[in-house]
Each structure stands twice: as structure tokens, then as C-alpha cells.
Design a protein around this ligand. Structure first.
Ligand SMILES: [Fe+2]
Ligand SMILES: [Fe+2]
Length: 304
């Protein structure tokens, strides 16, 4: 499927969900929650594949779309914030319907601009093959794209490809969606392989020169981010090692101090018990003596 047909189909899916929400009764809280959850997932995936593949490709291949790309990223940014607020909002909350209404207005405006201005420019400038390759790449990216909004994450290359791939995996694990392992992003695999310290898998991209170029750019971006991650892992490892060293030294010192303290306490206890024993003996002797004298005194008094 070509890129523009794929994106227009996504728009139709979301519009159908918007219509369902608008028809739902005011008190249909369960239904409204379910519709909004689907809107969140559809729009998160759609925004991710546009940001990871369509916008960067359009921007570099069709210079006339430069401003449209930047405006689109800003519109996506606002939409993702609203989506992230809706994720945690009770459908019974007084602002829930208002927030969804504003979301729908924003998305409809954005979709209108893409379909009447942005997409035609891309369709006019690119060959059918190129549009097909872009469509294939986006269909593949959909399998691992984030299913939740990440408004704080980078939305432009090179960082968004890698962060998006990781966010997608994390989202899908938390959604309990199987098939993460089948994910088609070689870039993500490269990154994971790097972190695990194994050799980079040798995958040779196929397809048109556009597809190969996109794959190469993604790979380069992933490698750059991977190096950062590896450096972070190394720093963390050496930090952990020195912390462990310090902890061992600390433990040793504590143990020595504890042994010393135990020794001192034992000595003091021995001394104390010796003193107590001596005192006890002395007082026993005294008691015996005074008892004897009392007995002899009593006997003398009895004799008298
Ligand atoms: Fe968009
Ligand atoms: Fe779109």
C-alpha cells in the first residue's frame, strides 16, 4: 500500500472513533472510556510512524514541505499532551468530554491540513515506487510503534527513531501484546545487540534506493544513540563498581570496629563480674561473721 493511502486510512479509522464518541450518551462512561483508549492507541501509532518515517522523508525529499513538517510536529506535540492527560482521566470527571472535544477539533484541523496541503505535495513529487516503499516502511514500523503518547520524547530524527522503537517495545510489553520479537526495526535490534555487547547482526536492506537510504539513516541514528547508551552503561558499571568497593571497605571498617567494641565490652563484663564476685564473697564472709557473733551473743545472754 502506498504511504498516502495508508495514512488516509488511519485518518478514517480515527474519524470513525470520533463519530462514535460524539454519538455516545453523556452517561455512557464505560463506552466513552473504551473509545478514548482506542483513539489514544490509534493516534499514538499514527503519530509515531509519521514522525519516524513520513515527515523526515518528506522533508528531505520534498523541500516544499519543510514548513508543513514543522507545523505538523507542533500539532502532534499538543495532541500527545491532551492524549496523555486523557489516559489518566476518569470519564466521569467534569472536564473529560471537554478535553475529548478539544482533541477532536485539533486532530480534525491537522488531518484537513495534511490531506489538502501536505500529502498532495508529497504525492506530486515522489514516484509510485518511492511512495510504495514509504508505505511498506510505515506498515512495518506500525508493528513496533508506541501505543501510548510520549509527549516528552523527541519527535524528530535521529533520536525519535531509536527512542520511539524502545518506547514501542515498552508500551507493548505493558499492554501484554505479543509479537514484540517479530518487530521489524533492525535499528532496535542493533541497539539491543550493542547494549548486550554482542556483535552487530549483519542485515542487508533490500528494496529501492530510497528504502536503502532510509534504512541506512535509521541504522546510523541507532548506532549514534547506541554509543551513547553503551557509554552510559559503562559509566553506570564503573559507578556501581566503585560504590561496591566503597561499600566493601565500609563493611570491613564496620566489622573491625564492631569486633573491637565486642572485645572491649567483653573485657568490661569480665572485670565487672570479677568485682561483683569479690564483693559477694566479702559480704558473705561479713554476714557469716556477724551471724556467728550474734549466735554467740544470744548463747551468752541465754546462759545469764
Ligand atoms: Fe500528522
Ligand atoms: Fe496524519
Amino acid at each position: 500500500m502506498d504511504a498516502i493511502t495508508l495514512l488516509r486510512n488511519d485518518h478514517k479509522t480515527v474519524e470513525a472513533l470520533f463519530k462514535r464518541f460524539e454519538k455516545a450518551g453523556d452517561a455512557a462512561y464505560v463506552e466513552k472510556r473504551e473509545i478514548v483508549d482506542r483513539i489514544i492507541e490509534e493516534l499514538s501509532v499514527h503519530a509515531a510512524i509519521e514522525e519516524q518515517i513520513f515527515y523526515p522523508a518528506a522533508r528531505s525529499l520534498v523541500p516544499a514541505t519543510e514548513d508543513l513538517t514543522l507545523e505538523s510536529l507542533e500539532e502532534h506535540h499538543i495532541v500527545k499532551w491532551v492524549l496523555s492527560e486523557l489516559e489518566g482521566l476518569d470519564p466521569k470527571a467534569e472536564r473529560f468530554d471537554a478535553k475529548v472535544t478539544v482533541l477532536i477539533e485539533n486532530v480534525r484541523h491537522h488531518v484537513e491540513e495534511e490531506q489538502t496541503d501536505f500529502f498532495p505535495k508529497v504525492r506530486d513529487a515522489l514516484s509510485r515506487n518511492a511512495l510504495g516503499d514509504l508505505g511498506d516502511a510505515m506498515a512495518e514500523a506500525k508493528k513496533t510503534a508506541p501505543t501510548h503518547p510520549h509527549p516528552r520524547s523527541p519527535d524528530a530524527p535521529p533520536a525519535n527513531g531509536v527512542v520511539g522503537a524502545i518506547a514501542g517495545v515498552v508500551d507493548r510489553v505493558s499492554d501484554n501484546v505479543s509479537g514484540v520479537a517479530q518487530g521489524g526495526l533492525a535499528a532496535g535490534q542493533d541497539l539491543v545487540a550493542r547494549i548486550m555487547g554482542s556483535k552487530k547482526p549483519k542485515t542487508s536492506p533490500t528494496g529501492s534506493s530510497l528504502a536503502r537510504g532510509t534504512a541506512k539513516a535509521t541504522r546510523t541514528a541507532a548506532n549514534a544513540a547506541g554509543r551513547g547508551t553503551v557509554a552510559t552503561v559503562r559509566t553506570a558499571k564503573s559507578g556501581a563498581a566503585s560504590t561496591a568497593g566503597a561499600a566493601r571497605t565500609g563493611t570491613k571498617a564496620t566489622a573491625t570496629a564492631a569486633r573491637k567494641a565486642v572485645g572491649t565490652a567483653a573485657t568490661a563484663a569480665k572485670k565487672a563480674s570479677t568485682t561483683t564476685a569479690r564483693t559477694a564473697k566479702a559480704s558473705a564472709v561479713k554476714t557469716k561473721t556477724s551471724a556467728k557473733s550474734a549466735v554467740s551473743k544470744t548463747a551468752a545472754a541465754a546462759k545469764r
